[in-house]
Design a protein around this ligand. Structure first.
Ligand SMILES: Cc1ncc(COP(=O)(O)O)c(C=O)c1O
Length: 428
C-alpha cells in the first residue's frame, strides 16, 4: 500500500493502531490465582519469615531458589530483596575491594553503577555497540592494572556478547558479574544468561519480565562466592546451617547487611517464575511478527541481535539514519497510537544513559570521606566527562524503542507494524 502525507495520523489521517495500549508489566499483568494461592499459604500458616514461624512450613523463598538454580543450571541461587542488592552482594562475594575498578556499560540502569560504588569500587564506563550491550573492544581499551571485574548488562533483554566477554575475563584474570535484571530467562548460544559469569543477578521489580514488586536473585556455580553472598546478604549469615561453627573457608564470614527476601515476596515470585517460559514465548512471537512485517523497510536499521533465540524480546529497537528525524518519527508513531519512545533525550533525562548520570559525573556521595571517590586508594581521582562515550550517545540518540508486552494480540502486532511502515514511507 502506498501512503501519502495526509494518511499520517499526525496530519489528521486515520490511526494505524486502534486497539487498546497495553502497559509493559509483562509478569505484573499476569498476576492471578496462582500468586494468590502461594501468598495465602504463607498468610494462613503465619510463616512470613524464611527461617522460622509458628508452623512447620517449607519456605517459599527456598523453593524459589531451588527452582531457579535448576532452571539456570547453576549450583546455587540466592534470593534477595532487589537486583541492586544482588549486584552489590555479587561484587563483594567475588572479592571486589575498595579502589578496584569495575567496567560497566554506558547504557544500563543507574543501579548497576550505584552497586559498584556501594561496593566502594570505581565504575569505569565502556561504550555499547549496535546491540546496545557492552562493546568487547572497548572493554579491552578500558582495562588497567586496577581492573577487577566486568559487569556486562543484558540490556533491554538482549544477551551481551558473552563468548567474547568471558574470553577477555579469562585472559586478564577478571571476575564477571552479569547484570541480567532485564533479561530473566534469556540465553546466549543455548546457555542461560546469569550462568556465564562468576555471579548472575536478576531483578523481580515490577517493570521486569516476572515480578514480585521488588526482589532479586543471585546465581553462581562457585561454593565460596555463594557462602560469601549468604554472609553479606544476611548480616554475617546469622541463619546459616550452624551459625556458631568456624568458617569452612577463609574469608567466608564477615560483616554484612540485611538484603533477605520475605516469604510473601517469595510466594509471589515463585508463582511468577512458573509463568516465565509462557511470557517469553509470547513476547518472542510478538516481536517476530512485528519485525518480519517491517524488515523490508528502507531507512531503518534494527538493533544488532547477539542471539535471536536467546533474546527475551522485551523490546523492538531500531536506528534511524539521522538524529534530527528521530523526534518527528516518534511523534508520528505516537499519533498513530503506538507507544514508541526515543532513548537518549525526550525531555526527561533517562537514568539508563551515561550522559545523564550527573550523580556519577559529580561524584555525589553521602559522606565527604571514603572510597571510591574520596580515598587515597583511588588516587588519581577518577573523572567522568559526560561526553566520554560518543558511540553510545550516537546510537541511543538515533534509537526508536517500542515495548513488546506478551499480552499483545496478533492484531495489535499487525497494527504496530502498519504504523511503522506508514511513518517510514513518508518521513524517511
Ligand atoms: C539493568 C538494570 N540493572 C539493575 C537494576 C536494579 O534492579 P532493582 O530495581 O531490582 O534493584 C535494574 C532495574 O531497573 C536494571 O534495569
Amino acid at each position: 500500500m502506498r501512503y501519502s502525507k495526509s494518511d499520517l495520523a499526525i496530519n489528521g489521517g486515520p490511526k494505524a493502531k486502534t486497539t487498546k495500549n497495553i502497559p509493559m508489566y509483562p509478569g505484573g499483568l499476569e498476576i492471578g490465582e496462582e500468586e494468590k494461592k502461594e501468598v495465602m499459604e504463607v498468610l494462613e500458616s503465619k510463616y512470613l519469615f524464611r527461617y522460622y514461624g509458628p508452623a512447620e512450613m517449607p519456605s517459599k523463598v527456598k523453593k524459589l531458589e531451588e527452582e531457579y538454580a535448576e532452571y539456570l543450571q547453576v549450583k546455587h541461587a540466592l534470593a534477595v530483596n532487589s537486583c541492586t542488592s544482588a549486584l552489590i552482594t555479587g561484587l563483594i562475594a567475588v572479592g571486589v575491594e575498595p579502589g578496584d575498578e569495575v567496567i560497566v556499560p554506558a547504557y544500563t540502569f543507574f543501579a548497576s553503577i550505584a552497586a559498584v560504588v556501594a561496593a566502594k569500587a570505581v565504575p569505569v564506563i565502556a561504550e555499547v555497540d549496535k546491540s546496545l550491550t557492552i562493546d568487547p573492544d572497548d572493554i579491552e581499551r578500558k582495562i588497567t592494572d586496577r581492573t577487577k571485574a566486568l559487569m556486562p548488562v543484558h540490556m533491554r533483554g538482549m544477551p551481551a556478547k558473552m563468548d567474547r566477554i568471558m574470553g577477555i575475563a579469562g585472559r586478564h584474570n577478571l571476575k564477571v558479574v552479569e547484570d541480567a535484571a532485564q533479561a530473566n530467562g534469556g540465553s546466549f548460544k543455548g546457555k542461560k544468561l546469569g550462568s556465564f559469569g562468576d555471579i548472575g543477578a536478576f531483578s523481580l521489580q515490577y517493570h521486569k519480565i516476572i515480578t514480585s514488586g521488588e526482589g532479586g536473585i543471585i546465581a553462581t556455580n562457585n561454593d565460596l562466592y555463594y557462602t560469601r553472598a549468604q554472609a553479606y546478604h544476611d548480616v554475617a549469615a546469622c541463619w546459616r546451617k550452624d551459625r556458631f561453627a568456624p568458617p569452612e573457608y577463609p574469608g567466608e564470614i564477615f560483616f554484612g547487611v540485611n538484603f533477605r527476601m520475605s516469604e510473601l515476596t517469595g510466594a509471589v515470585a515463585l508463582a511468577q517464575f512458573r509463568k516465565l517460559e509462557s511470557i517469553l514465548k509470547r513476547m518472542r512471537e510478538n516481536k517476530r511478527r512485528i519485525k518480519d512485517a517491517v524488515s523490508d523497510i528502507k531507512g531503518i536499521e534494527f538493533r544488532e541481535t547477539n542471539d535471536a533465540e536467546g533474546d527475551t524480546a522485551v523490546a523492538l529497537i531500531f536506528y534511524l539514519p539521522e538524529l534530527n528525524t528521530v523526534e518527528t518519527f516518534i511523534n508520528a508513531l505516537i499519533a498513530e497510537g503506538i507507544e514508541a519512545d526515543g532513548i537518549y533525550n525526550r525531555g526527561v533525562p533517562d537514568w539508563h544513559v551515561y550522559h545523564h548520570w550527573v550523580i556519577l559525573h559529580n561524584k555525589m556521595m553521602p559522606a565527604k570521606k571514603g572510597c571510591p571517590f574520596n580515598c587515597p586508594l583511588t588516587e588519581p581521582r577518577p573523572e567522568y566527562d559526560p561526553n566520554a562515550c560518543p558511540a553510545t550517545k550516537d546510537l541511543l540518540g538515533r534509537s526508536v524503542h517500542i515495548d513488546i508486552p506478551p499480552q499483545l494480540t496478533p492484531e495489535d502486532c499487525d497494527q504496530i507494524a502498519e504504523g511503522i511502515r506508514k511513518a517510514a514511507s513518508i518521513l524517511l
